[in-house]
Design a protein around this ligand. Structure first.
Ligand code: CDV
Length: 311
């Protein structure tokens, strides 16, 4: 029997600083309703979905920074999203800034959760590859202070069984790193859900700006093909607080082919019926890890060069 999961990549247009969580949740609920009409099982929202992309500003007051974080999930403001999804029988993946209390300490992460159609949280991922810088760099046209506002994720790259598949998550900059996909590939991942906020201007390397679209697509296609997995990449795009950001949300098949792609920069749902077994032929042949990978060799090569252990 074919295992099919119909996935909606719910691209968001800009969220300005003046927009409340209530405004945003209304837009997310509209996405859910359309997804239901289009036969989706699962809807994927972007990174830091609930607010504007706040790491673009230097803020000295912790209370101001914390106003962008969720102190509980669901909260009063996000409960309507959970309720609507449960009523529609839809699962969703949501990125948000998480303020957690762990071991008596307050910790802050850039997080994604996977929520089952009964409203229960069945997976959590905390972003590992935090881009940008940790000090104020006023010479930049805008800041990228993820390294200041978040800690490096402490959950690894977990793959969970949900929606009848092996599901993984990563967030934005993670998609550029082959390790991200491979660590999940080694856990037999079948679908990777990822959201992003990617300013088109890259202050440390402005010559990369014109390649933004290509690098986005290249990273996701390579990750999908090299691990025989679906990749669902979802943007918060358009011009947010004056900063143009990449849209170009896409669903990539295990072949590496793009099978669905957003056409605009605003709120837009793209949908694909994903055959969850489509990765099997890649996992059994070219990327049969048990047969063809050579982790001992990789380790020896890296050790000879005195670099880090890649295994
Ligand atoms: N939110 C991100 O992680 N953005 C980075 C930018 C800074 C390059 C990205 O990799 O898209």
């Amino acid at each position: 029997m074919t295992r099919v999961l119909t996935v909606g990549a719910a691209q968001m247009g800009p969220i300005q600083r003046s927009h409340t969580r209530r405004d945003v949740v209304e837009r997310l609920v509209a996405h859910l309703r359309e997804a239901r009409r289009m036969g989706c099982d699962l809807v994927v929202f972007p990174e830091l979905t609930l607010t504007t992309f706040f790491p673009r500003w230097w803020m000295a007051e912790q209370a101001e920074i914390d106003s962008f974080f969720e102190h509980e999930m669901p909260s009063n403001e996000t409960a309507p999203l959970f309720n609507e999804a449960r009523q529609l029988g839809l699962g969703f993946c949501l990125g948000y800034a998480e303020l957690a209390k762990e071991g008596g300490e307050i910790r802050r992460f850039n997080t994604s959760i996977l929520v089952d159609s009964d409203g229960s949280i069945v997976g959590k991922y905390r972003k590992i590859h935090l881009p940008g810088h940790s000090e104020h760099e006023p010479e930049r046209p805008f800041q990228h202070l993820e390294k200041r506002y978040f800690e490096v994720g402490n959950l690894g790259f977990p793959v969970v069984r949900a929606f009848g598949a092996n599901m993984g998550m990563c967030i934005c900059n993670d998609r550029r790193w082959p390790e991200t996909y491979r660590i999940m590939g080694l856990q037999n991942v079948e679908m990777v859900l990822l959201g992003y906020n990617t300013p088109i201007h890259n202050a440390p390397a402005p010559d990369h700006d014109e390649h933004s679209w290509f690098h986005n697509q290249l990273s996701m296609q390579a990750g999908a093909y090299q691990n025989g997995t679906w990749v669902v990449g979802v943007a918060k795009g358009g011009t947010e607080e004056g900063i143009p950001s990449l849209a170009d949300s896409m669903i990539v098949a295990p072949s590496g082919k793009v099978v669905a792609r957003a056409g605009g920069e605003g709120d837009e749902l793209i949908v694909h019926r994903c055959d969850l077994d489509a990765g099997q032929s890649y996992k059994r042949s070219t990327f049969n890890f048990a047969v063809h990978r050579q982790p001992d060799q990789y380790r020896m090569i890296v050790e000879r060069k005195g670099a880090a252990d890649p295994s």
